[in-house]
Ligand binder design. Structure first.
Ligand code: FUL
Length: 458
């Protein structure tokens, strides 16, 4: 077991995965014929004439996205209905035969570049319009379209695939040649991460509600991510079981009780994709989610070892809805005010000898009476190691008082110390002095010696 744990902590991210973690929070834009038919999935037979964004302004999108603190945008270049938002050479079912005539992918990519944010695209393999769907030629068609997108729009930070595989116009289902698609992406955009339900770079978190697991591992069994690189040998119990039951929505996927049956682990972190409204596409009657809801999604995801991909659907005019724009500005303000005032600290490891269950003193430069968040980051270049931790208040003469219990840390863990529902300051009680000069981060379980990148207090 010890040897396997050594291997498990040596599972590290690629440069492109680390860069993706740095982007952290970005926008999804579901836009296409569904915007005009009020549907979520088109049939593939929608006339091109319905697509007509008369006020398309991607700079307006980028301004609103940036106001929320997002650092990228992923546009649905083609959804399941097959309608292309760029004038593809390979189909007539695109913007070129719409009254709009322009190129939405180009406008969005250029607006992102002007605004200094990253650009990526969603390209649905499921295509309910293409006559080729369900045949080998479809994979050629798909690769041709992918090549257009990879070569004509500058740097791409993420290519987003889902695995939806329904019937095409001839009633057939397609065998997707994902390996071939991935090779093209590596060839033309080697820095782009590939999102797919099962890897290779980023996996689906398993829900569309904005939730993460208590133990959200980036190091997961390769049985879950069949397209990812296997980075260890078999776990000690690999021949005693079979992890083929694992799915993205399983409750535990990286914890040791599961991982010890794996044939090999891989570094494949999760993206959380969720929408600001009920649907992915714009529907007039839908309202944006509340600020509290969105802020707690942000804390759980960006502060839960994932990245957050928040969908903001453009309207029929080609603008972001003013209701969403307002909510994004509020969200950005809330994030900035929550994490804008850092309390200076020094972090010191207590000398407990050569053990893994270390205590770290978080010493305040000046004693404090109130804190709201502790944000912990592991140095992922050394692997993901922490299995469980506590944040404790240590007051003279009294036992340790837990302020927070957590499981994984990984890229970033945001620990909420201030209890907003009860407005209770957990840091101080009646028998305390008015201020504390330090708190304690206690590692209760880890796979190896912990390597912290940073600890910040707000
Ligand atoms: C799913 C699609 O079926 C939905 O329409 C949406 O695009 C979502 C993000 O991915 O697989």
């Amino acid at each position: 077991m010890k040897n396997f744990l050594k291997e498990a902590v040596s599972v590290v991210p690629s440069k492109r995965q680390l860069d993706w973690f740095d982007v952290g929070f970005y926008a999804f834009a579901h836009f296409g014929v569904n915007t005009y038919t009020d549907r979520e999935w088109g049939e593939g037979d929608e006339p091109e004439s319905i697509f007509n964004p008369t006020k398309l302004d991607c700079d307006q999108w980028v301004r609103a996205i940036k106001a929320a603190g997002m650092k990228g945008l992923i546009l649905t270049a083609k959804h399941h209905d097959g309608f292309c938002l760029w004038p593809s050479k390979y189909t007539e079912h695109s913007v070129k035969n719409s009254p709009f005539k322009g190129d939405v992918v180009k406008e969005a990519a250029e607006a992102c570049r002007r605004g200094g944010i990253k650009f990526g695209f969603y390209l649905s393999p499921w295509d309910r319009n293409s006559k080729l769907y369900g045949t080998d030629e479809y994979n050629d068609y798909f690769c041709n379209q992918l090549t257009e997108l990879l070569t004509q729009y500058g740097d791409i930070f993420c290519v987003w695939f889902d695995n939806a595989c329904g019937e095409g116009p001839n009633g057939k289902k397609q065998q997707y040649d994902f390996q071939r698609y991935f090779e093209l992406i590596r060839k033309y955009q080697p820095n782009a991460v590939i999102f797919n339900d099962f890897g290779p770079d980023v996996r689906w978190c398993g829900n569309e509600a904005g939730k993460t697991r208590e133990s959200e591992w980036a190091v997961v069994p390769s049985e879950l991510c069949k397209y990812s690189e296997v980075q260890t040998g078999p776990a000690p119990m690999a021949d005693q079981g079979d992890l083929s039951f694992l799915y993205n929505s399983s409750k535990n996927i990286g914890t040791l009780d599961i991982a010890m049956f794996s044939k090999g682990l891989t570094f494949t972190p999760a993206e959380v994709d969720t929408s600001i409204r009920k649907g992915w596409f714009w529907h007039e009657e839908q309202e944006p989610r509340t600020l509290e809801d969105l802020f707690s999604v942000y804390v759980r995801t960006v502060g839960g070892n994932c990245c957050l991909n928040l969908n903001i659907p453009p309207t029929r005019e080609g603008l972001l809805d003013e209701r969403d724009v307002k909510r994004l500005a509020e969200l950005g303000e809330k994030i900035r005010s929550s994490f804008g005032r850092e309390i200076p600290v020094t972090v010191k490891k207590r000398d407990k000898g050569d053990v893994i269950q270390q205590d770290y003193e978080i010493i305040f430069d000046k004693p404090v009476s109130e804190i709201h968040y502790v944000v912990i980051e592991e140095d992922l270049t050394k692997g993901q190691r922490i299995e469980g931790f506590q944040i404790l208040r240590e007051s003279e003469g009294y036992r340790m008082f837990p302020l927070y219990h957590g499981r994984t840390v990984g890229n970033r863990k945001i620990c909420l110390i201030w209890d907003s529902s009860t407005e209770q300051n957990k840091l101080l009680f009646w028998y305390d002095k008015n201020e504390v000069d330090h708190i304690l981060l206690r590692i209760v379980s880890a796979r190896g010696e912990v390597c912290l990148k940073s600890v910040k207090v707000y």
